[in-house]
Design a binder for this molecule. Structure first.
Ligand SMILES: Nc1ncnc2c1ncn2[C@@H]1O[C@H](COP(=O)(O)OP(=O)(O)OP(=O)(O)O)[C@@H](O)[C@H]1O
Ligand SMILES: [Mg+2]
Length: 419
């Protein structure tokens, strides 16, 4: 399958492409001067050309009129993926948009490689949806359909952490068992392997739907949304007493994939009504401004930047919200970040324990833990992975390209599962 097979890591946050070119593994610069392409699109209002990757974010930041979308992978397997909507002046589904993104990625990869690719070996999370096998199968079927519509004739999948194991098991101790911990934007994926003289042996893989976008959600709900009125109270239209401000709008605004849907006219009306009944109208007026001026993605980017800065050790950083109201910002530091993410620790521990159980291996028999994925740079992940495998040495592989490297290697070995 090697020569005309393109390896694609279609990530929730970032995508990458690579192939085996006869001399070896070659990552493709599918973004100018970069080996990763943000999985994001921008449709100018009124029907201009779709932009992808960094150009999409630039259009958003420049304030161009149009629709920006990110984290589309998390919608695979849901009804929302097939609902037609008016986006960029025409009716299209999210499935059409993912197809257009993959088709542009294919064209860029072919231009870089100087050849066409008819086959694709794509990564997929072990579970797109944690405890719903039917929805999980639909998600893979949705993604397969998008690759086919984008012009590939043959589509195969490999679990993302197994691809990462192929690329990076050499970092660990030869002959012994290791655990790949791949925490990205949307999912956490785990593989237990053994590096044997005859080659890599996969003992078990497991995954849950939890990633950096969930961390962003938690940080947003605890740090930013209170400044927009989350947790506040409303006066009743009729009768005495107070009501809590409804949670749903804040939860959507804090979810990357749902932000574009918060701008619907009925939400605007609901927020205007909330402002009229608010005990603290100032905070809800900010929420109204975010919805009216479509500032949800600016806020999400600021929250993500605040998360990364606080994780990096900033004792007290700030989430900039000055585009909503001059000088507005939410404080964030190591302690408040830890508190916001604390609830995820147990799910991560359970997932790692389950992976080891599936592999029938005791935690202290894991000699190496190899961390991949952007969110594996979170201190919480390093701490939890270390706690799950107390005797293991921790190694970092290429956070953003280990999966695509492994996929490309797999095109040459026939390692991929049958289509
Ligand atoms: N320095 C950093 N510290 C902490 N988190 C980071 C850092 N850099 C990126 N991230 C987070 O990593 C995530 C993206 O990682 P990555 O590109 O590996 O995900 P992905 O492969 O697109 O997603 P998935 O594999 O889950 O579909 C984002 O949530 C981002 O906020
Ligand atoms: Mg990934």
């Amino acid at each position: 399958m090697a020569a005309s097979t393109l390896a694609v890591d279609f990530g929730t946050s970032n995508s990458a492409a690579a192939f085996l070119d006869g001399t070896g593994l070659r990552r493709l610069a599918i973004e100018p001067q970069a080996e990763t392409l943000p999985t994001a699109v921008f449709f100018p209002a009124g029907g201009g050309r779709m932009r992808i990757g960094n150009a999409a974010a630039e259009a958003l930041i420049a304030g161009d009129d149009g629709r920006y979308m990110r984290a589309l992978k998390s919608v695979l397997g849901t009804a929302l993926f097939h609902e037609p909507r008016l986006i960029g002046g025409r009716r299209q589904t999210l499935s059409d948009i993912v197809t257009a993104f993959l088709s542009a990625l294919k064209a860029r990869a072919e231009a870089q490689a100087g050849q066409t690719f008819r086959h694709v070996l794509s990564g997929r999370p072990v579970r797109f949806h944690t405890s719903d096998p039917e929805r999980d199968a639909s998600a893979e079927a949705d993604l397969r359909a998008c690759y086919l519509a984008a012009g590939f004739d043959e589509v195969r999948f490999l679990f993302e952490p197994e691809a990462a194991a192929l690329a990076s098991h050499g970092l660990g101790r030869a002959g012994e068992a290791g655990l790949i911990v791949d925490i990205g934007g949307g999912t956490s994926d785990f593989t237990v392997y053994r590096a044997e003289p005859a080659g890599l042996r996969i003992l078990a893989s497991h995954g849950i739907r939890l990633g950096g976008t969930d961390f962003d959600h938690a940080v947003s709900m605890t740090h930013a949304m209170p400044l927009l009125g989350h947790g506040g109270t409303l006066r009743r239209s009729f009768g005495e007493g107070l009501l809590p401000v409804p949670n749903a709008i804040y939860a959507e605004l804090a979810t990357w994939a749902k932000i574009p849907f918060v701008y619907a006219p009925e939400t605007r009306r609901a927020v205007a009504d909330m402002v009229r009944h608010a005990v603290d109208p100032g905070a809800l007026t900010r929420l109204a401004a975010v919805i009216e001026q479509q500032l949800g993605h600016e806020l999400a980017f600021a929250v993500e930047a605040g998360k990364i800065a606080a994780n990096g050790g900033a004792a007290l950083g700030r989430i900039d919200m000055g585009y909503i109201e001059p000088k507005l910002s939410a404080p964030i530091g190591r302690a408040s970040l830890d508190a916001a993410l604390d609830g995820f620790r147990q799910r991560l521990q359970e997932a790692m324990r389950t992976t080891l159980r599936l592999a029938d291996i005791a935690p202290d028999r894991i000699a190496s833990v190899i961390l991949v994925g952007g969110s594996s740079l979170m201190n919480m992940i390093t701490a939890e992975a270390g706690a799950a495998c107390p005797k293991a040495e921790l190694h970092r592989s290429e956070a953003f390209t280990a999966v695509v490297d492994g996929l490309a290697l797999a095109t040459g070995t026939g390692f991929a599962a049958p289509a």
